[in-house]
Design a protein around this ligand. Sequence first.
Ligand SMILES: Nc1ncnc2c1ncn2[C@@H]1O[C@H](COP(=O)(O)OP(=O)(O)OP(=O)(O)O)[C@@H](O)[C@H]1O
Ligand SMILES: [Mg+2]
Length: 377
Amino acid sequence: MAFSDLFSSIGSLFSGGRAAAVGIDIGSSSVKIVQIHKEKGAAVLDTYGSLAIGPYVENAEIGQYTNASEEVLHTVLTALIKEAQITATSVCVSIPFHSSLISLIDVPPLSDEKIAQVIPFEAKRYIPVPLEDVSIDWFVVPKALLDRDDMSLFHKDKPTAMPAKEEKRKVLLIAIHNHELLKHKNILSRTELNTKYFEIEIFSTLRSSVYETRLPIILIDIGARTTKFYIVDHGIILRSLFINQGGQSITQAIVHAENIPFKEAEHKKRELGFDIPDKNTKEAMALVTDEMFSEANNAIVDFEQRYHRSISKIVLTGGGAVMKGILEEAKKKTNIAVEMANPFGRLRHPAFLSDALKESGSEFAVAVGSAMRALNE
Ligand SMILES: Nc1ncnc2c1ncn2[C@@H]1O[C@H](COP(=O)(O)OP(=O)(O)OP(=O)(O)O)[C@@H](O)[C@H]1O
Ligand SMILES: [Mg+2]
């Protein structure tokens, strides 16, 4: 992937007149957009792009976390829509994980209708802020789900059978801060786009990047500001957490080790990754990734002890997963199979793009999954 902003418009050509949809991921360092359309039942990639926010704010660079205002984010998004030649208007926008709460909770053995009535009361016990500050959604986990291979977490409308025994039932409780929803609504409302859905980023990522759901995995999203960890089994998020260390922390490590400006360090990181020649710099970078993967190890051990199942693999996503050598670091530090997410893998796209999309597509895991949601529902 090119160091600078990435645009690849391969076919506003392709989408003319057909049902098309857009996914948008407003990250802490860059905005990502993907447009797809449906053709003979298959999803086809039209165009995609990302634009760094850093250059639009004071004292920030490409790759750097920015606490950008709605105004700035609107400007960046508008520029991206233009550059990526977005033509569709039906959109799903992702909401960052850190402004949400995802929790698998136990509720009494009641029917789905009764559960709907008790959730607001149960939710109070799990949500550490006043309920009027959040928007709540939930999903009753079918009892059979953890034992079966063929059920999808996302069949929300299907009523689930009552459990045979008087067992507690599991509910995936999801809460999003209203201020974050409002922020995203405000940014989008000034564009021509029609936002059909808001979705927490992990649900988008699962849709685009996790195809095999029978065995438990840990998905690690290495963003700019944070690294997020999700343990997922049969499509259900059993555990989620994040640390305030991300790709930006690796760049900062290079800044300090080599006493060079952020811009230069970011460039070096993207060019060389762990192939960076200086031994001290490499060690400084490894301190950051050590922290990431020891957090992953803690989550894995905790899961395995609690559920008596092994994590089958690590799936790396986010822009930080593109870094040279990070896959090997992850393998070395965790002793588990590691693969890089390939969110474009299920979209039809021109063959000449395959290698580039495979190598660096993980940055778009959220945006691709959002676009899929907007296309299919
Ligand atoms: N080729 C590359 N090599 C190394 N790092 C890279 C590469 N491309 C992008 N990155 C890093 O990925 C990070 C950005 O990833 P991403 O776009 O997923 O973050 P974000 O979504 O903006 O952040 P967050 O998810 O934390 O809000 C930056 O730290 C950037 O330096
Ligand atoms: Mg992100």
